[in-house]
Design a protein. Structure first.
Length: 383
């Protein structure tokens, strides 16, 4: 059997799974509608004094209103001449520090004093999430529904978040003590490695249906074909802008002793992580760039350091590339080293200036796509 025939069989299998899942879901919806029609134990929170539910206007969250994303290729040179490397989805690059799990209701990459509506926009974003409205039978308390929502945190490697329409008339993260008249679920349509696929979406529909039953809600599931198309388009953009820049420092003499090197790096401002990696803080709780010693944690010496900038994760205002080059030059003097590319060729100021110009163009492309580098939206996509 040829590879083409095998591909057709596999594609047919995925299609059949999707159709069966959709049909089962429709049957399930019909059955639950009948059950709820004869139920009487509705939650009465957020009722007006006259006994009628408090109606709020829902903001329009239209995925189709967002500008189209195109697979624009970054132009940051190659490792052969600049020490630049680009990761296009084979796995998480070594320079990326994996964030800690989010607490319930917390928005990723948001400032602690951000307004609830801003937190909600970061959690469920119409540009990068497939949004699924959840119609409630009546107003619901956060304390009551949170335990069920927390059962559904991700499908595959795609995070899932929930927000609710509160009494203020604004969308907010679901929290204990809150009360909500409507809900929205959002599953991220792409990550650094993959786009949301048919099997993940089918799993989402099934599991979300079970959660909806437990909280008395009715999900409005978008068409799979449309979601898959948007997911692939978004992933093309992510893959086309997944760029890391690196500069290397090579010892001019004997290898550096790790015990001495760690002290020098701490004095230069690096934080030493438990896994042995070094991170330069950006002053706002994030990472500006990282440093690798290119040896295992138990090694006694190294003769090469690599500074790495995760370009889409650092805002242009922080000038991550300029800060990284300045740090590299300071370390050159402290450690008696030379700055080289991946082929041991010296990195001259003219080359570094050229790369800096390309970085500015890269940031302009991301801004034009409404995914500015270093923004909560970019940090979610490239984390």
């Amino acid at each position: 059997m040829t590879d083409f025939q095998m591909s057709l069989i596999a594609a047919g299998g995925v299609f059949v799974v999707g159709v069966i899942t959709y049909n089962k879901w429709q049957e399930h919806k019909a059955r639950k509608s009948v059950e709820r029609a004869f139920a009487s134990d509705h939650d009465d929170v957020l009722m007006r004094p006259d006994g009628t539910p408090a109606e709020r206007s829902e903001p329009v969250l239209d995925i189709g209103a967002t500008p189209p994303l195109g697979p624009v290729e970054p132009s940051l040179g190659t490792g052969a001449s600049t020490g630049v490397g680009t990761d296009t989805g084979a796995g998480e690059p070594a320079s990326v520090l994996t964030p800690a799990p989010l607490p319930a209701g917390a928005a990723p990459n948001a400032t602690p004093d951000a307004a609830p509506s801003e937190l909600a926009e970061n959690l469920v974003d119409p540009l990068i999430d497939c949004m699924i409205p959840l119609a409630l039978e009546g107003a619901a308390r956060g304390d009551k529904i949170l335990p069920f929502l927390l059962k559904l945190r991700r499908v595959g490697n795609k995070p899932i978040h929930f927000i609710g329409l509160a009494v203020s008339g604004e969308w907010e993260p679901i929290v204990h003590g809150g009360a909500y008249t409507k809900l929205q679920a959002g599953v991220q349509m792409a990550t650094r490695t993959t786009a949301l696929n048919e099997l993940e979406y089918s799993e989402l529909v099934t599991r979300l249906g079970a959660v909806a039953d437990e909280i008395g809600a009715e999900p409005e599931v978008p068409d799979m074909i449309e979601v898959m198309s948007e997911a692939r388009t978004l992933h093309k953009f992510v893959a086309g802008h997944d760029a890391q820049l690196g500069v290397n420092l090579k010892s001019n003499g004997a290898p550096w002793a790790m015990s001495t090197l760690i002290g020098a790096l701490e004095n230069a401002g690096f934080d030493v992580r438990p896994d042995g990696r070094f991170a330069m803080p950006d002053g706002a709780g994030g990472v500006l760039f990282t440093l690798s010693t290119n040896v295992n944690m138990g090694a006694d010496t190294t003769d090469r350091l690599t500074l790495l900038l995760d370009v889409p994760c650092v805002a242009p205002s922080r000038d991550g590339f300029g800060a990284m080059v300045k740090c590299a030059k300071d370390l050159m003097l402290r450690l008696d080293a030379v700055m080289v590319d991946d082929f041991e060729q010296p990195l001259l100021d003219a080359t570094l200036d050229e790369i800096a110009g390309q970085v500015k163009d890269f940031y302009t492309e991301m801004e034009a796509a409404d995914i500015p580098a270093g923004s909560p939206r970019a940090l979610r996509l490239f984390s």
